[in-house]
Design a protein around this ligand. Sequence first.
Ligand SMILES: Cc1cc2nc3c(=O)[nH]c(=O)nc-3n(C[C@H](O)[C@H](O)[C@H](O)COP(=O)(O)O)c2cc1C
Length: 176
Amino acid sequence: MNKHPVLLGITGASGSIYAKRFLSLAKKHGFAVELIITKIGEQVIKHERCESILKDCKKIHRIDDFFAPPATGGSKYLGMAVLPCSMGSLGRIAAGTSDNLLIRAADVCLKESRPLVLVPREMPFSEIHLENMLRLKRAGATIIPASPHFYEHPKTIEELADTVVEKVLKVFLNFT
Ligand SMILES: Cc1cc2nc3c(=O)[nH]c(=O)nc-3n(C[C@H](O)[C@H](O)[C@H](O)COP(=O)(O)O)c2cc1C
């Protein structure tokens, strides 16, 4: 088991399966995962029939709890993945609003130079989305779009999702 847990942020973008697979693969790699999910994220994981994520994650922080450990740089987390990441949350992280625990935790990762991986899911991207992504990349975040690949001939939707999730995990594995 790795010493410090990884934060998983889930927003209201489509693609709950990415979060579900991240939880599963992160455990296999020995990472403890703590969850922060937005209000709309909770609705979307139900809509996409992935609400088992909530049972599978041992530690879930309330989205409005600014007293929770992820809100402060003094708490030791390895870093944070936001997947799937809505354009709304991405924009708020880029603007540094820190107006809910997920956005604040991402802000803390940037200020503490810890890995922050954002997995945006939208199409097409507007100029505003692209500018926000560029700003975040320049601030130290890693942007991994939810663009699965097919060259390993995935046979199931889980295998397809894993082509994205493995890229996300690699960032944390390279950091440990
Ligand atoms: C079923 C569903 C799917 C959505 N998919 C996306 C998406 O893929 N990308 C996105 O940026 N927003 C998507 N949205 C819109 C976001 O949920 C909305 O912008 C919300 O304000 C995001 O809030 P949050 O970032 O706090 O979770 C979707 C909404 C619903 C209801």
